[in-house]
Design a protein around this ligand. Structure first.
Ligand SMILES: Cc1cc2nc3c(=O)[nH]c(=O)nc-3n(C[C@H](O)[C@H](O)[C@H](O)COP(=O)(O)O)c2cc1C
Length: 181
């Protein structure tokens, strides 16, 4: 099976998560390609697609949204999973759970209208103090927020294994409507 793990990343943390997902999936599934959305002309040769994007201002990066729009007809013939990378785990403890849930809901309501996903999850990425203006940085820290590498690799592995297990099932490897190559 050839699986595509596509990503859109501004500062690299989403790319590293995508590379990790692809390497882990490859152990069980064989050929898995990891590429930036901007490098991909077609998804025709792939049996399944995982797409990840960094979150900026409660939305996917424009190249990732454009990828979904541009390839929607072909994506509809394949199983597709998505992951978003933000900074929920850096939020003050009091808001963390609620903030993460609201953001996930918002993303699902606004980003994926054109493609039916098998699943979507949100991971935390790398959130550096330099990504906020000085006054907001101070406020964020005062409110109990934290910066740094917030990635939870165990959560990434668990999600990857769930997707891999679904793809390993015979029904998933022959999505309905897929055209012969
Ligand atoms: C301009 C900007 C806006 C951001 N907006 C959000 C946001 O709305 N929600 C969120 O959870 N994280 C937000 N973040 C945090 C990033 O999503 C996080 O740092 C992520 O790891 C970035 O991925 P990347 O390293 O692949 O670019 C924002 C970061 C920047 C720089």
């Amino acid at each position: 099976m050839t699986v595509l793990v596509a990503y859109a990343s501004a500062l690299g943390s989403t790319r590293e998560i995508a590379q990790h997902v692809a390497s882990r999936m490859a152990v069980a599934l064989g050929e898995v390609e990891c590429r930036s959305v901007e490098e991909i002309e077609s998804v025709f040769g792939y049996e399944a697609v995982v797409i990840g994007s960094a979150i900026h201002n409660q939305a996917w990066l424009p190249p990732a949204s454009e990828f979904l729009t541009q390839h929607a007809p072909e994506l509809a013939k394949r199983p597709v999973w998505a992951f978003s990378v933000g900074m929920s785990d850096g939020l003050p403890k009091l808001f963390r759970e609620r903030g993460a849930a609201l953001q996930q809901q918002r993303l699902e309501e606004t980003q994926f209208q054109e493609v039916q996903l098998r699943g979507h999850t949100v991971f935390s990425g790398v959130y550096e103090a330099s990504q906020l203006s000085a006054p907001l940085r101070g406020l964020f820290r005062l409110a109990g927020g934290r910066f740094g590498d917030l990635r939870d690799w165990a959560a990434v592995d668990a999600w990857t294994d769930q997707v891999t297990a679904e793809l390993a099932k015979p029904a998933s490897s022959a999505p309905s409507g897929a055209e012969p190559e």
